[in-house]
Design a protein around this ligand. Sequence first.
Ligand code: ADP
Length: 249
Amino acid sequence: GRAGNVILCAEGLTKDFSGFTAVKNVDLRIREGSVHALIGPNGAGKTTVFNLLTKFLQPTRGRIIYRGEDITRAGAARVARMGLVRSFQISAVFPHLTLLDNVRVALQRPRYLATQWWRSVTALDTLNARAMELLDAVQLADHAHVTAAELSYGRKRALEVATTLALDPEMLLLDEPMAGMGHEDVGHIADLIRRVAQNRTVLMVEHNLNVVSQLCDTITVLARGEILAEGNYDEVSRDPRVREAYLGS
Ligand code: ADP
């Protein structure tokens, strides 16, 4: 498809937790423009890999390269400024602010300040217009003047996506975007991810395999801290080792 060069790469990624190896020698290559999923049974090491890639955890061994730059020892804030942004990381939702104010606050965070767009901002009108565009992108423009506390769970998650997009990420990392969602919200968030992914790379940890099959072009399956299989949904779902790992969990 439209996937290009490797944007994020891990080599020999390993994480020990006081003697227990949660992630073992993981090699991962995420291609620019792809929607890549990390799946696997409970305890497989998905969250640990996610936290290593977003720098919330330091690896015991291995390297992480983003856009050709070694970020193994970089902090979470630095990689966020480089455009590798984790949803729900910097994007707190303030319940007593309106949606418009939530997005305006997000637009004034450092990653965004560094962009070309910000330098051209001279008026509050421009800030408001950009905030409304982002709310529109997540289909919340009608609710701009409602406080975040009044939103349904699904819409709150959509607002979090808008505040994350305010940081203008190049690559978005989503930790179980469908967790706790009802059927209808799953559909909305899936549509939203599809739109967001049109001009970005997305890596998600996701349990809902139906969502993964519909959204993701590459899937990496982890089990017991190691990569079991990689490929498109048909390839990995046919793999007998993947079937066994899921049945055995
Ligand atoms: P997943 O997200 O695939 O369910 P995790 O990455 O959360 O898996 O966990 C992988 C393994 O590492 C599990 O056995 C878990 O108990 C262990 N683990 C995760 N975090 C820690 C920690 N901070 N200390 C000790 N063990 C941990």
